[in-house]
Design a protein around this ligand. Sequence first.
Ligand code: 13P
Length: 248
Amino acid sequence: MRRILIAGNWKMNLIDNIAPVIESADKNNIDVLVIPPFVYLERIAIMTSGSKVFVGAQNMYFQEKGPFTGETSPLFLKELKINHVLLGHSERRHIFKETDEEISLKMQKCLSLGMTPILCVGETEAERMSNRHKVIVENQLKIALGGIENNLKNIIIAYEPVWAIGTGNTATPNDAEEMHLFIREQISSIFGRKISSEMVILYGGSVNDENIKDLLRKDNIDGALIGGASLKGEKFAAVIEIAGKTNI
Ligand code: 13P
């Protein structure tokens, strides 16, 4: 059975109030993850310790140490007991020009250290308009997952169509489900049916307390990666609440 995961990617922002999130996570039987900016990781880890909220990182480098100004070693994250790491977020790919090859190196390093990568994939609006969305996502998956043999169970995938991020244009539940099923089929062809059927696949892109329920009703949508709506504690807690009820 795949467990529902609701993850909040704060990007370069802070939440207004984390208390309702902790409260909601503790009483609902789903996984909850918050992903603050690096400099706040330790503080948020302390604030959430003893609760059911996991804390993750927004990125990491594929080297452990050395002359890499501005980068973050995965060993630093391990020291803070951070287990989940977002890799290949569309903002990393498009604004900071991260390549599929770099993302692949990060995936391998993350898994080799026993951590859980959340691999983000998704097409741009132009790619969808020209009906290339499946080929794009297939390529992103093939390159990022190529060469991985260990700890496959730790991998989480997030499908985040770029045109849906921060725009208020969520993919319809049917369109999202079609892509999630496609992703599960790709995972199956790379790692086999068993691993594929157990892999958690999140949807991301303008998810909020109004659309989460219909998204989670779909067979292949196992949770959400949420930006804007994860910054308001009450709103994010409401999403967790709804996801908890959908899980029963
Ligand atoms: P929004 O929920 O603000 O669209 O952001 C989605 C996202 O990029 C999460 O990683």
